[in-house]
Each structure stands twice: as C-alpha cells, then as structure tokens.
Design a protein around this ligand. Sequence first.
Ligand SMILES: C[S@@+](CC[C@H](N)C(=O)[O-])C[C@H]1O[C@@H](n2cnc3c(N)ncnc32)[C@H](O)[C@@H]1O
Length: 425
Amino acid sequence: MRITILSLFPEFFDSPLSCGLMAKARARGVLDVRVENPRDRATDKHRTVDDTPYGGGPGMVMQVDPLARTLDSLAKPGRILLLSPKGRPMSQELARELASEEALTLVCGRYEGIDARFEELYPVTSVSVGDFVLNGGEAGALCLVEAVARLLPDFMGKQASGDEESFSRGLLEYPHYTRPEEYRGLRVPAVLLSGDHARIAAWRREQSLTTTLAARPELLAEAGVEASDLDFLRDLPRRALGRNLCVALVHHPVLTGERKVGTTSLTNLDLHDICRVSRSYGVRAVYATTPLADQRALAESLAAHWVAGEGGRGNPDRSEALRLLRVVPDLAAVRAEMAEAFGRPPLVVATSAKGAGTVTPGRIAGRLARQPVLLVFGTGHGLAPEVLREADETLRPIRPFADYNHLPVRAAVAVTLDRLLADHG
Ligand SMILES: C[S@@+](CC[C@H](N)C(=O)[O-])C[C@H]1O[C@@H](n2cnc3c(N)ncnc32)[C@H](O)[C@@H]1O
C-alpha cells in the first residue's frame, strides 16, 4: 500500500516511521509511506501557504492552492483523507475499510484549518481521531497510518495477533501475562498455566466480556455476542446505577387540558408500563403522587392485586414490576422517603417536552454514580411551572429539534431510562 502524507511539518514523521515494525514493513516494501510538503508547491518567493481568514477572526487559514498543487502532482493519490475534528470518528472498522485500499493520501491541517473549498474540489473523507483539538493533523495521521498498516497482510510477523486484539471482534481484549509466574505476590491466573486450550479460550472470552461490560458497555450492542455470552453477562455483578434512581409520576400540580394547573387521574396503563420499564432498567422505586386520597387507595389496591393477590400468582413478572410502586401525596413525600432510604436528599431532575433543559442525560448518568437522583415526569400536559422551578435540574427534552415531540409519558419514561442507563445498569 502507498500512503502519502501532506504536511507542513514533514520532520514530524521521521522517528515514528523509522522504528519498530513500521521501519521493517517499509524496508520489506509492505508499505510505502511518503511525506509531501505543500510549501514546496507554493508559487511566491516567500513560499506562503497560509493567510488571514476572510470575515476576520484569530489565526491563519491554510490556502487551498499549495495543497491542490501537491495533490495534483501525485501519481497515485488513492482515497483522500482529511484529518479534521469534524470528521468521521476513527475506529477499527474504518481502519479495516482503509486497509483494503491500494493507496491513501492523508491531508494534515494546521493553524485554524484549511480553506473550505479544498473539500469541494476533491472527494475527501474527513477523519477525526477524537473529540479534542490538536495543533495539527500530523498526530492523527500517525494514528491512522499505524492502525491501517498493522492490518496489511505481512505487516505483523504472526497475522493471528491482529485478529485477537481489542475491537477486532467488537470486544475489548482479555488481559495478558508473561514470566515470572508470580510477581510481588500476584500470580498468573492458574487457567493460563493449565495447557488446556479450550479452557484458556473460554477464560479469555469471559475476560473480554467482563472488561467490555465494565469499561465500554456500549460496544456490546455491536459486538458479535452469542447466547452463551449473554448468559455469562447476565450473571456478572455490574455497576447498578439504576439502584440510585427513582422515578416519580406526578398527577398534581400538572397542566390540564385548558392549560391550567390542576390534577389528573391515575391510569392503570401508566402505572403498569412505567413499573415494567423501570424494573427492566433496575430502577429502585416508582412513585405515583396524587393529593387525592381515593385515587391513592385505588392505586394501592391495584398494586396489592398484582403484588400479593391473584394477579401476582398468575403473573409473577408483573408482580415483580409492580413491587416498585409507592403511592404518596406529593413530591415532598418522595424526597423525604428517598432522603431516608439513601441517607441524603436526591438530586431532583424534572422533565419537559419544552425548553432547552439545564442538563443532558449523559451528565445525569455521571451524577448517578455518585448520588441518588429523582426523575420527575408529569401527566396531563406536563409538569406545572412551579415543579420545574423547584427542581434542581431540568432534563433536555427528548427530540428537542423535531417539529413534533409529544410522547406519551410511558414512552418518555422508557426513552429517558434508556438514555440514562442503557445496558450499563
Ligand atoms: C488547531 S486545529 C484547527 C481546529 C479548528 N479551528 C476547530 O476549531 O475545529 C488544526 C488542524 O489539526 C487537525 N486536528 C485537530 N484536532 C483533530 C482531531 N481531533 N482529529 C483529527 N484532526 C485534528 C486538523 O487537521 C486541523 O485542521
């Protein structure tokens, strides 16, 4: 494969391309890497490659012409990749895709970036190496070159090592050990010394699954996990973030049909479905709040039927879900119960289909690891303004940019819990 790198700092690549496997692969002709400096194609006597931005602003912008001339001079540019924080995230999947190309050209930006017309003139794939900003594309280009090169046939001495690595089967890698057998009291796991290859393979698979669940659970969704893997994962202890989370379904004060603040009636379907969803995500408790004593009595008799009565005997799954239900007069009672159960008051997070919200699900997921959280949902036309005002945070709405986002509260609970807990808890 030929890789051409366009960079204003060719010396950046001197050492990394001349050591280890990379140097050997280049010497054997597995990989032909060249670095071209667009400054060599500048046409003025100062060899200018940048200029100030139109419209003003800080920094300089790389001019399109020196880059275009350099690209046009290449006999075999192949697929053109532009290192950019706006690009497609670099991944093992992209590395595999690129490894099948005959040639690649990597374009490294500097300063504030490159004149936007460059991307209009050439069929460019932008690639980002992460959600951070580097001084230039060179460090990113190196990552890309290395990730792609080691997938080329003959790059590594023993091809198998490439296949076993992290991400190649969608899972993170199992731990490795080498001599000595014991170091500072820590022994190599006995199974690795057993000589039993089937057991070693099974242990490694389980270690990969355990590491992935702990460190990057979102990878499991795309990984090639089998039924036996799922059985193993189900039995693993996990960070049960849902144990720190309670859901409240508020029936007063909420906005009613006339957009006035009032009270709604409890509904059987909401209670069933919100309890089932909450149980599925490992939520600690579901509170239904209503100031109406007869409504509370109704909800309690419904729960009793499913938890301890005839319903629960016929449908134990339903019983398990309805066990989460607590019926209380108002949010103050929920707060008090949670403060007692957790030993500290919860962070109260209200939800609304309107507005921008004060916090994202990702941030609340982070907080859940450290403190109890009460997630408050409204019935009717949503929570009354005073509930939103008194909450510590308001969650960013689901689909805030869409022209229609009127979800039933049961669906809103399901979507929100998935965003907060996904398969982590
Ligand atoms: C200082 S950066 C320009 C940042 C740009 N003004 C912005 O705010 O997005 C200069 C160059 O570094 C490269 N670069 C910076 N961060 C990167 C990243 N995360 N992934 C890939 N390339 C990156 C790009 O080639 C970029 O043109």
